[in-house]
Ligand binder design. Structure first.
Ligand SMILES: Nc1ncnc2c1ncn2[C@@H]1O[C@H](COP(=O)(O)OP(=O)(O)OP(=O)(O)O)[C@@H](O)[C@H]1O
Length: 254
């Protein structure tokens, strides 16, 4: 890996045990501080690619070729925040345990670091004083806790698998702004999986467009969106609905 590259995926291929190809010869590189977006339709292999980077492939899926070279401090934020948390454990305790394990500090120090992290993520002070379980938090608050847990590992690479898909649009925007601000503060690199081209354009300096398990096009975000070469990328861009004019235009619901 060259000096500034923190993650390099080369010719990665994943298959089921029955040899069904799921990801085929995927290659990309991520520089320090950079954010790379993986975009493409559902089922195109984005999540499996992230899981392969983390070495956490689901049962029945195998890496059959290729290499992944990455910094060992890699953490992941999953799509479904509630599913990523233990429903039977108060959230501060869950976060403290990760801090204690990953940062090798005392129980008391871990709780202090956990509370600081929660504050940094804009979670309410009531979490400091009362035990709150995931079911007592909103979806956006659960996602903030999950992000705090990922950051407790002090990652140099953060893998985000559609971290805002399960949230409403205003909360989506807040979470994306929070992640961007934390990235500026803490200086990690990111691979960001999203369906949303607007989010990808706002967050990512480079994009890889995936279709049927392959990267059909990759490049600098602006260049790629302004001058897409692959018909599939062109179709993705054309399928983003423009915000309709509010007066005088035909509406679908009329
Ligand atoms: N455990 C598994 N066993 C067999 N096939 C799987 C498994 N997990 C995923 N797949 C298949 O691998 C392909 C890629 O899945 P993946 O979850 O990476 O897609 P994705 O691009 O992340 O989709 P989405 O945007 O909907 O999350 C899909 O065809 C999916 O059905």
């Amino acid at each position: 890996m060259s000096y500034n590259i923190i993650l390099e995926v080369e010719d990665l291929s994943l298959e089921t045990k029955q040899h069904q190809k799921l990801v085929n010869r995927v290659s990309f590189a991520l520089g320090k501080w950079e954010t790379l977006g993986l975009v493409g339709e559902s089922g195109s292999g984005k999540s499996l690619t992230l899981r392969a980077i983390l070495g956490l492939l689901p049962r029945g899926v195998e890496k059959v070729a290729g290499t992944v070279q990455s910094d060992e401090r890699t953490a992941m934020v999953f799509q479904d925040p509630r599913g990523a948390l233990d429903p039977l454990c108060p959230v501060v305790k869950q976060l403290s345990e990760v801090v204690r394990f990953r940062q090798q500090v005392s129980k008391k120090a871990a709780r202090g670091i956990a509370l600081e992290l929660l504050e940094r993520l804009g979670l309410p002070d009531s979490l400091k004083t009362e035990d709150r379980y995931p079911s007592q938090l909103s979806g956006g608050q659960c996602q903030r806790v999950v992000i705090a847990i990922a950051l407790a590992c002090k990652p140099s690479i953060l893998l985000c698998d559609e971290p805002t898909t399960a949230l409403d649009v205003t909360v989506q925007k807040q979470i994306i702004e929070t992640i961007s601000a934390l990235q500026k503060d803490l200086g990690f690199a990111m691979v960001f999986v999203t369906h949303n081209l607007a989010v990808a354009a706002a967050m990512c300096s480079k994009l890889c467009v995936m279709k049927n398990g392959e990267i059909v096009e990759q490049g600098e975000t602006l260049e790629l969106l302004q001058n897409p070469q692959d018909p599939y990328t062109q179709m993705l861009i054309n399928s983003v609905l423009p915000v309709p004019e509010l007066e005088g235009s035909e509406r679908i619901w009329n």
